[in-house]
Design a protein around this ligand. Structure first.
Ligand code: FSX
Ligand code: SF4
Ligand code: F3S
Length: 355
């Protein structure tokens, strides 16, 4: 039986044509497409059926689900009711027990190669996590086998995350350690930004394929910049104006948090561009140094809030203690050196991304 298209489903939920077009432009924006590409989205949603999604949860804190349900553009309700068909989720499914387990079996049997598998949480050694009497690894492999694509949401599913923190008592590992015969899109962050989570799904729904990924498997559209590249405090970094303690005058003025241990210079994420809670703010804007929550091993890369010895990754030659204190000419030279270092780093990252 032919399944209704996304558009038909939206109409049956009382959405008007006008609202549908609005939804399409929001989706286009969430994928970082410009408005001229909205038509592509409209066409795709008028033709494609809703994508069945299975959402599995392993060793995690549920923060990824919590983040996902706070998406504002597109709204989570639209994603859940109009764009996808969420067949199984331990947190969001209304059914439980046998009913929900049979919904899962139904998808695996009837939508082979069509459903998207979204995962949050890492996979422990056997015996540490059982869901419905099935071991985590077994359950992952069973559902992954016939999935069209796999989205690994959060730093736990993507890198191992907090459950894998030393001494990693359960032997927690990321999803990619178990699945290597199909694309795994990693969407790190502890948790990831809601609109990044929905943006990745939106891409799959619209184009029927996974978004372009970088060399480690992150969608380039959302992970191509370092926080430091787009940070709202960056001008203070370049001017050598730093917060020296959390309650000093610099903190009140919103100076750069580098000396407070900010890891923005080595963290790839969209926080500074998209921000959180519908674009309200993000850690640095709110006065907290970035702890690099989307980076591999962030949980063991502490201590947090302690100034880093140098700026790994940005290869700056500027002396943090001297910029801002020395003569303007020297400062300018420092900034130029930093900018060059950054440009070189960016080039080599782009190259790595293309490999
Ligand atoms: Fe991990 Fe997700 Fe950190 Fe939590 O569920 S990415 S612990 S915020 O949220 O898996
Ligand atoms: Fe922003 Fe941190 Fe870079 Fe300072 S060090 S500009 S606070 S990202
Ligand atoms: Fe995480 Fe840093 Fe963003 S701590 S939420 S990557 S600003």
């Amino acid at each position: 039986m032919k399944r209704p298209t996304v558009y038909e489903t939206a109409l049956s939920h009382g959405v008007t044509r006008r609202d549908f077009l609005k939804m399409c432009s929001m989706l286009a924006a969430s994928m970082s497409l410009d408005y001229t590409q909205s038509n592509k989205v409209v066409k795709a949603l008028e033709t494609n059926a809703r994508v069945p999604v299975v959402w599995l949860q392993f060793q995690d804190c549920t923060g990824c689900s919590e983040s996902f349900i706070r998406s504002t553009h597109p709204k989570t309700e639209s994603v859940l009711f109009d764009f996808i068909s969420l067949e199984y989720s331990e947190v969001l499914s209304a059914a439980s027990g046998y009913q929900v387990e049979s919904a899962l079996k139904n998808v695996i049997e009837n939508y082979k190669g069509e459903y998207v598998l979204a995962i949050e949480g890492s996979i422990p050694d056997s015996g540490y996590a059982m869901i419905g009497g099935v071991d985590a690894k077994e359950s992952l492999l069973e559902v992954a086998a016939d999935a069209k694509a796999i989205i690994s949401y959060g730093s736990c599913a993507s890198w191992g995350g907090i459950p894998a923190a030393k001494p990693n008592p359960t032997g927690a590992k990321p999803i990619k350690s178990f699945v290597n015969n199909k694309p795994v899109i990693i969407v790190p962050g502890c948790p990831p930004i809601a609109e990044v989570m929905t943006g990745v799904i939106a891409h799959i729904i619209t184009f029927g394929e996974i978004p372009e990924l970088d060399s480690v498997g992150r969608p380039k559209a959302f992970y191509r910049h370092r926080i430091h590249d787009k940070c709202n405090r960056r001008a203070y970094f370049d001017a050598g104006l730093f917060v020296e303690s959390f309650d000093d005058e610099g903190a009140k003025q919103g100076y750069c948090l580098y000396k407070m241990g900010c890891k923005g210079p080595t963290t790839y994420n969209a926080c500074a561009e998209m921000r959180w809670n519908g674009g309200v703010s993000y850690p640095i804007q709110s006065g907290n140094p970035c702890i690099g929550c989307s980076e591999k091993g962030f949980w063991d890369n502490g201590p947090f809030f302690v100034r880093r010895a140098k700026i790994p990754g940005s290869q700056t030659t500027a002396d943090i203690d001297k910029i801002g204190l020395t003569a303007l000419g020297v400062t300018a030279a420092g900034i130029a050196a930093h900018a060059t270092g950054t440009a070189i780093k960016k080039k080599s990252d782009d190259r790595r991304g293309e490999e």
